[in-house]
Design a binder for this molecule. Sequence first.
Ligand SMILES: [Zn+2]
Length: 1012
Amino acid sequence: IDPRSAERAPLPRNMIENSMFEEEPDVVDLAKESPSYPIDSDDAVYEPRSSRLLVRGLGENDLDEDEEDYESSARLLGMSFMNRSSNQRNVASSYTRQQYSESCLKPSTKTTVVGVLILVLVASMIMVIYFLPGCTFTRKGCKKSNSTMDSIYPISTSGEPFPWTELRLPPSVHPVHYNISLHPNLTLMTFQGSVSILVQVLHETKNIVLHGSDMNISKVTFEGKEVHVLEYKPWQQIAIKFPEDLKKGQYVLNINYTAQLSNSYDGFYNSSYVDTNGTKRVLAATQFEPLAARKAFPCFDEPAFKSTFTIKLTRERKYISLSNMPKVKTTDLKNGLQEDEFGKSVKMSTYLVAFIVAEFIGVSNNVSKTKVSVYAVPDKKDQVQYALDTACKLLEFYNTFFEYDYPLSKLDLVAIPDFLAGAMENWGLITFRETTLLVGSNSSSIDKQLVTSVIAHELAHQWFGNLVTMRWWNDLWLNEGFATYMQYMSIETVFPELDMDTEFLNVRFKALTKDALNSSHPVSTVVSTPEQVEEMFDSVSYEKGASILLMLNATLTDGEFRKGVIEYLQKYNLSNTESEDLWNSLFQVSPFLSEMNLWCLQSDCISLFTRTKQRVVLSMIKAVTKLNNVHFYIMMKHSLWHIPLTYVNDSCSVPSSCKQVFHLKDKTATLNLPDQVKWLKFNFRSDGFYIVHYDEEGWKNLIDALKGDVTVLSCKDRAALINNIFALSRSGKVSFRDVLNLMEYIRNETQTAPLTEALFQLGQIFRLLDKRSEFNLASRMTSYIDDHFGSLMESQSWDLESSVSEMTLRSALLEMACSLNIRNCSTQAKHLFDQWFISNKTFHDLMRTVFKVAAQTDEGWGKLLDIYKHSINDQEKRKTLEALASTQDIRKIIWILQRSLDGSVIQTQEFPLVINAICKNFAGYLYAWDFVKENWDKITQKFPVGSFAIQSIIMSATSQFSTKTRLTETQNFFTSLGTNGSQMRIVQEAIETIKLNMRWMEKNLNALQKWL
Ligand SMILES: [Zn+2]
């Protein structure tokens, strides 16, 4: 799956998330202490010849949870009341800058006292009720525990005990083959289904338990005899009980059922769009990963229950149908219907099954033995060629790279008009959003980069995920980390002009940022509930997974990594694996790896280093508190991380051949250097997954070198220095003055990676200041940016198309200039919009910026809305929508929020994008947050709790808060959700982010006053 549904950078990279190196009691910073400081020999090594030793922790954000300010809590009562009753308030004025103040809502002392008393009383009652068992208030009262079977087994819908007590299915029965017949009715939006499952009983058992959800089961037969079925809805399980043990062997289970085509974005769902003639068209498509195959047909819906499938679809003549395998025959039925039958599939997991009934047309091409086709709605048939050419080239690349040919005779790529994820890798039938597959004459080079990335990602899944599948969702990174890594690797080789290198660097920065949070998790994590499974689709599985694979590849010698991967695919094809299986395959090709242990399965693969004179002292301490679940067991045995630490120095620093490696195997180590070395840069090209800190002298030498000549380091190394120093300043390890010192060199910088990273970091600070109403500082930040980037901004051309790298830089510079309203940017953008509107509307990368400027006037906004409604280019539509949502007019903001949630005018799939775009600006971000809170139930009906969409919505809405009031309010809201979201990891991340923002503000506001 490719989750880029909300925006190109899926989770907002909050600047403060980087603040991972906070004070913790077991860390000694001898840079500030005298040498006689008592050092625990286990944690630090005293290095006698040096005057300094720095030992740093690996990122426990030691925030004080208990510290409560009762006064502000009482104030908050008034605040949250206001938020809840926002229907009655004058929304147009509630969120203006003037009214944003914590103190304006302060109630009188009397009100506060009464309020607190009432709160205490209510809270006590709730606690009493909460701790009493639910049966206390029922007519029957409570039964004594363990007196009957009822208290052990869950109760099924019919009132009988359900014979299974776990979320995971029993291992005693396995599916061998499914025959599935489906007849979707696209007028009534229902479907009839019949599934016949050949099962293998592996251990004698009295029960068959499988998944089934949201369906009416009409008849169940087992070996031809009708049997009774039990259903336990909370776990989406159904079961058949037998009076006697089933002997080992194969049996046939038949289930007939009916169901609604789903209105959300998972299961077998209905979708509609309006064609260019204004006619509404409907279609039915599927999205099963991770847990929704069970909504389309009863099945053993876990990735390890692999099986073969034969699928038949009944449809009206005007539609076509598609499934994983090629169509083998079509039969005429009565009533003018037809039934398509597809070939027997390869052995695969249920989440990869897919089918579509729609009015699509496609184009095809052959790559070795595979027919590759791209399908879209007829209006967009001229937008499919780019995807077809790209998919063919990439398929050839992967066939060669993996030394294992794609095993099916066909591969379809289909653009679905209404689709939530970015794309889904169903075997042989990959589904996409239109934005991520179609390329029209209006598409820009950056749009092509996105389409190519998503295709490369999904094609890589045909091997990593489809051919070899993780055994359970805890190892999702084996799918997603690999597909993400392969997507960058393949494009770098096949389409070098797309500059994926810089994109991948940004992805690694993002992964480090997220991983720095305490609430982050190891790439492999225990998951059991549906929400936890949904939550695995986050940037750790994708981006951290990919970063780790890059580090591995960079560590191994040429070809070893590929050899290990080929070995892994050969060994485990058509079966399931765990992380260890991959490590073992890699260990076999590289003895060195076997020494590395499994350090990267842990969270925070982050370390800090410092240098002193000609010796470098390297130190690290494990974040032991995180090693608290079973999957850490192996790592606990080897309690150290072995890091292949790379570095370059002033004598040789840019070509790959300069790279030197130091294998860090202990918590501390000493690296001896020749006397003449002037400076060192660790983590060559930022290929390793760690942040580097130098001591004062180390930073100074690097900065001096850069001020003299920027080319002493590669542009990736320069970008990494910028990224790292911002992270370190937020943790208080370097002063903000040091950040500004490094930034002085930026006036000589011309390359995309360092400049976009600097703009991103400064933009984050600007937004935080703006949202806190620190307008004086925000305007000084504007001047600072103008001063340092202004001449570069002015030198950008508005109309020339150039390389992806240059366009990326140009977009970042001009978007910043226009949003800060400097260097005449807005005037030029307005002019360009007017020209564009009356001309042939050729599109290019700067249109995002141009549209955002145009959307600030009533007239421009109206024109853009019109374009949004009528455009048949999805990329253009999204850019238009982002601009519409960037308006400062609160009435328009409210309108967009409502229309995108109810799906009229604006597709609901765009709701996360809308929230993200609105929250970037001061005008709407508080309203958007209120809207999310008030409509939480509706939102979670559309997007599953824990899903990527929900993660994005929460982070967009809350990640810029930096006050205690907002913190408490956010905590209260999520606590109030109970089972509908309070347990999500993203909630912990959101709260931690706000706390870090608060602390960063405390530490740095004064420094900013002084230095900015
Ligand atoms: Zn994926």
